[in-house]
Design a protein around this ligand. Structure first.
Ligand SMILES: Nc1ncnc2c1ncn2[C@@H]1O[C@H](COP(=O)(O)OP(=O)(O)OP(=O)(O)O)[C@@H](O)[C@H]1O
Length: 490
């Protein structure tokens, strides 16, 4: 295949031996370009860093042998971690007992409680404190910060006010510090996770034995990994991705493409010729790129036939939330179709179990619901907000948790499904012939101060990701509100 002028430019700039950023729009032949680069220079060793195992395995099969294809975790892995990684699954309750949370906090007798934003005090059992401490360690592990600090403790819905937050920090931080000390101690008792050894590796200041580092999907990279790769000053550093597809900043990921430009002064090249879809879908993508003020515009492939309009039987339906996706799964099952949910039913099951616990008066350590003392408090809170909690409450109050759990158990594998349902987040990197966007992507409400219809920029990027998953037919009726947006935030 002949390189396009943009691909030629990328190969030539690589040949100049300088650090480089490659902004590759959806379906614009990013992998092909990286292979062209690797083939242009067979004498140098390259390390291609993929964002998941499947992509690393795929790349290992198709890239030249000079390219080592691994995830960041695989680069960091050391077999000495195996016994701690292979420990049996440890619940927050078991971890709290193993670490003896009560001893760390000097708790004698009754369970401590903290105030909540919605009124009643919430009992903080050892299990809940441990869960929050482990969440804190996870957030810190994703950062490039050398020490655990209070900003690593997640913001939990229902516990965001000053007093709840202060009291939460006083319980969680000492346990997080003790848990990390345990995890780094060879005789420790807590189960190790992949993020834990990645952080240990990063803290050791590793140097990769390679001439070139290629970071893929760089728009959503945890700082812990970007910092290691930026530090490889003996190597030529290349970041590849699409800043307009950054959709995981809410989980702490950052745009490493921007970091490479800022910190290395790397020039930024663009691939804008899409080979995935034709001009109609490219136009839909460009509407969103315009809304979010992205510099990129896609050119549709003139040899691909694509249409935008109602699709009766899509291959995939993309949703904003897990609960929205579950609603579609249940509709599909009720209509007698075989349905797959990308990523499986685990997320929705744990939400349903957490709701069940609250409904029967038990506390839950599920991060989305742990800030609430009761199911009524969740419902009350959801009334006032307009996000995913509202969709969850509606789903659970409408169907009950039993049918939701049964539907999760009735899911089939994607290759056996008549319909694939996915959140837009989990559809990252995927494509289907015919895609419908679900109506749980809601139009933003007017901002009370300015009157603007204000769209958070990351929501606009998510919409761009969603519409660009379609190859041939796109039903984006649910995004009819795109033209009403008058401002973006974030
Ligand atoms: N220069 C080219 N001429 C013709 N077809 C091309 C060219 N470059 C890439 N393609 C085709 O485009 C399609 C997508 O390419 P590739 O797999 O490299 O993209 P990708 O890495 O999946 O892109 P993205 O990550 O943006 O989805 C492939 O079918 C590939 O053969």
């Amino acid at each position: 295949m002949d390189p396009t002028p943009e691909q030629r430019d990328a190969i030539d700039t690589y040949g100049d031996g300088i650090d480089l950023v490659l902004q590759a729009g959806a379906g614009c032949g990013k992998s092909s370009t990286l292979k062209m680069i690797a083939k242009s220079d067979p004498r140098r060793n390259m390390a291609y860093v993929a964002y998941n195992k499947a992509i690393a395995a795929d790349a290992s099969r198709s890239f030249p042998a000079t390219v080592l294809c691994k995830t960041g975790h695989a680069l960091a892995f050391d077999p000495r971690h195996l016994p701690r990684l292979n420990m049996p699954r440890q619940t927050a309750h078991a971890a709290a007992q193993a670490l003896d949370v009560k001893r760390i906090l000097g708790i004698i007798g009754s369970t401590p409680s903290i105030p909540t934003d919605v009124g009643p005090r919430k009992p903080m059992t050892g299990k809940i404190i441990m869960r929050a401490a482990l969440d804190t360690i996870e957030r810190w592990c994703h950062s490039s910060d050398p020490e655990i600090r209070k900003w690593h403790v997640p913001q939990y819905d229902g516990l965001t006010g000053e007093q709840p937050r202060t009291e939460l920090l006083a319980l969680v931080l000492p346990v997080a510090l003790a848990a990390w000390a345990d995890l780094t101690d060879e005789t420790g008792v807590l189960k190790l996770s992949h993020d834990h050894y990645l952080k240990m590796w990063a803290l050791s200041g590793p140097k990769l034995q390679t001439d070139v580092v290629l970071l893929d999907e760089a728009q959503d990279t945890n700082d812990v990994l970007s910092a290691v790769l930026l530090d490889q000053d003996h190597a030529q550093r290349i970041a590849v991705g699409d800043s307009a597809q950054q959709i995981y900043s809410w989980r702490g990921a950052n745009d490493a493409l921007a970091r490479f430009v800022r910190e290395l002064g790397a020039p930024e090249l663009t691939l804008s010729q899409s080979f995935r879809f034709g001009p109609a879908i490219a136009a839909e993508a460009n509407r969103w790129l315009r809304v979010i003020d992205a510099p990129l515009r896609l050119t549709g492939y003139d040899q691909a036939d694509s249409t935008v309009g109602p699709v009766a039987n899509p291959d995939a339906i993309l949703c904003r939330s897990n609960s929205g996706a579950m609603g579609i799964v249940m509709e599909g099952l009720a209509a007698g179709r075989s349905v797959a949910l990308v990523g499986g039913g685990g997320d929705i099951k744990s939400l349903a179990w957490a709701a069940e616990a609250l409904q029967s008066g038990q506390p839950t350590d599920h991060p989305e619901l742990m800030g609430f003392p009761s199911w009524d408090a969740v419902c009350e809170y959801a009334e006032e907000e307009d996000g995913s909690l509202k969709v969850l409450v509606k789903l659970i109050n409408e169907h009950g948790t039993g049918p939701i759990l049964a539907a999760a158990d009735a899911l089939v594998a994607e290759n056996r499904a008549e319909l694939v349902v996915s959140t837009a987040h989990k559809a990252k990197g995927r494509e289907w012939p015919a895609v419908r966007i679900h109506s749980d992507f809601r139009a933003p409400k007017p901002d009370p101060k300015s009157g603007h219809i204000l769209l958070p920029r990351e929501e606009g990027r998510l919409a761009y990701v969603a519409v660009t998953r379609a190859r041939q037919r796109l039903d984006a009726e649910a995004f009819a509100w795109v033209d009403t947006i008058t401002a973006v935030s974030g």
